[in-house]
Design a protein around this ligand. Sequence first.
Ligand code: GLA
Length: 392
Amino acid sequence: MALMLKNGDVNVSTSDQVERTSNGFQKHFGSVPDIIVRCPGRVNLIGEHTDYNDGFVLPIALPFETLIAASSSEDGQMKLISEGFGSAQFSLEDNPMGTSGWGRYIHGMGSLLVGPESGSLGWNGYISSSIPMGANLSSSAALEIAAGVVFKHLGALEITLTEIALVGQRVENEFIGVRSGIMDQIACALSQRGSALLLDCLTLQTSMISIPEDSAVVIMDTGTRRELRSSEYNKRRESCESAALDLGIPSLRNASIEDIANLSNQTLKRRARHVVSENDRVRKVVKAFSMGDSLTAGQLFSDSHLSLRDDYEVSGPALDRIVEVALGAPGCFGARMTGGGFAGSAVALVSRDKIHNFCGYVKTNFAAPKTQPAESSVMLYPVDAREGVSVL
Ligand code: GLA
């Protein structure tokens, strides 16, 4: 069943964005682009902070997209213009660390995909995006994957979407300094319309999972943003690695709740308990979805939030508050923070026939706590699952 989105809730008008991006390219570079690539953001339904523990995740791709219109450049230079975020210029012969801001993601992709020896491969690009930034909806992964597909096509590279996703993860790890897992890039690259994507982060095996027809996914962007979340993120990953080392196993994927009792460090024990229980919740949500049981799936969302808040400690005052408000709203099956955490968005599973009441209730009753002021007003986005990256 198609989900009707209220005008203004989500910029779902891809055709407007395509025209704007194509026109932007023509205005700046004086010709029509050779290629336009679109890549969606993602929201994770469940399986949080499990990807870098070789675990399971269940994201969907969003109706928010990053578009790149591009043509090969004659001088081998990369010249990029972003609608609203300035420009970037570099050569792939240079080190990506010399490029700042969003340009580094593209520079990183180029340097890992084609290498400095292919310095003659450059392109002009015009970029637009409707993905809210800093909201834990993977605007950076969408930029990496879209750029990767431009490199693939303009450079005639023999490379799969999974390989592009792995390169995107390396860009985060090596050039951005976040030791993130593979979820965001795979979700942006491989999702399919109408399904959630179950990803086994060890084997990279994917399966498409239907969401029960009676329920809808609603993203709740608190409007809060947080810098420096990468240092906390990296610390959590180190804790998981230490826990696995103490248990003598390759990763927490291999641990059971009973094993975790053997950890003497109480913080490591709580971190590991989150990971192990969260992997279990992913499996249970998949089972509940397959049985059309939105109530059980929703309860698992809410349990996930408590585990992320209390054991993993990656929630924040605004995320806790919006989840609390959502749980009291009409039609809510369950809610949780989503993505890396600390600020940004939460996600709720909501009875489809109550979406508008739900959104109205949360909008009226949520205010960011004084301890964590918002940068913009709260936004509610009912979303349906879209397809991953494609060439238009
Ligand atoms: C960020 C990372 C992902 C994942 C999530 C938490 O989005 O980029 O790899 O670890 O946080 O689940």
